[in-house]
Design a protein around this ligand. Sequence first.
Ligand SMILES: *Cc1c(COP(=O)(O)O)cnc(C)c1O
Length: 387
Amino acid sequence: MDKQNKRIYLACPHMGGQELPYICEAFAQNWIAPVGPNIEKFEQVLANYLGVKHVAALSSGSAALHLGLLLCGVQAGDEVLTATMTFAATVNPIVYLGATPVLIDSEPGTWNMDPVLLEEAILDRLVKGKLPKAIVPVHIYGMPANMEAIMAVADRYQIPVVEDATEALGSRYKGRAVGSFGRVAAFSFNGNKIITTSGGGALASDDGELIAKARFYATQARDHAPHYQHSCIGYNYRLSNVLAGIGLGQMEVLEQRVAQKRALHDFYLARFGGVPGLQFLSEPAGDYFSNYWLTTVLIDPLVCGFGREDLRLYLESDNVESRPAWKPMHLQPVFKDCPAYINGTAEHIFDFGLCLPSATNMDADDLERVGALLSHCFTTHHAGASV
Ligand SMILES: *Cc1c(COP(=O)(O)O)cnc(C)c1O
């Protein structure tokens, strides 16, 4: 295929090179199972990296969120507060448990759960009859949520926090890894995330008993008995020892991937940060350190003369993938009846937001190609766009 038309992806797997030796070890020892030494090592390496005491490796980020909510006591009929600006996988596990998602809009600075609106929502839910059972903030696109303010609200009403850190491995808030603030946090190693095990996830917490219970539920909730006895409903949610080997190799290059993602964001910002009508999702000053999983930009069509969909289609015409910002959950047909506390920010992000190619294995030529396409779009349209 002609190099010029090589597909450039939004985000894709990027192996470090040391994954295969770990997989070979699993084969050599015949640990081709959801148990084995790679899993234990992977959990330890993750816990050390995050600065949390315990980690359970699981089959997906969705599984981690499901068990995190379950272990915070969420039951059928409960309400759970979460962000509307997210991927459906944040909200689905709330419904798996028979609970009702209550959707909270974003603050403009981080695009994440607005802490003021969060408190208003809690007070309103109390007036309507009950205290929500959990709060699930999301660190969207790798940008940390305002955890100080969110934890203050959570503590005031004694509501446990389950962090959705699935997009944010490597991100920090006030110097601490995201995922180390709430009672538990979920991580994902899906193929499109900053590191991958092809599919996988993890639950992290300082609470050893909680993580022990997560392992119990993730292995079909078997009681301590040789005859397979069960006192509650379990799941098959453990990570494979083969895939944990990929994770161990990937952890060796995680800091490199964070640096690469941040360099991509810097590239876009340096080239296009000054273009009128464009606004990048960049770290607010001070406490925020983003892994910049995806570099994302708001495009004002009244200023630019074209919208995010025009730009997406233009990039696609040269085989370059980009994607609209997440469609907010309160606009999704499946969640349209959920209670929602809306200030317009998420809808604005959806209308104007585009995720730009952020794959760490783009080479200099690929990046130059994307840069040239963007430059072309901005200069051609700009001339005629004196609205
Ligand atoms: C990827 C993702 C998940 C789910 O992770 P999986 O490993 O794909 O199940 C949950 N929430 C958000 C915001 C995500 O981006």
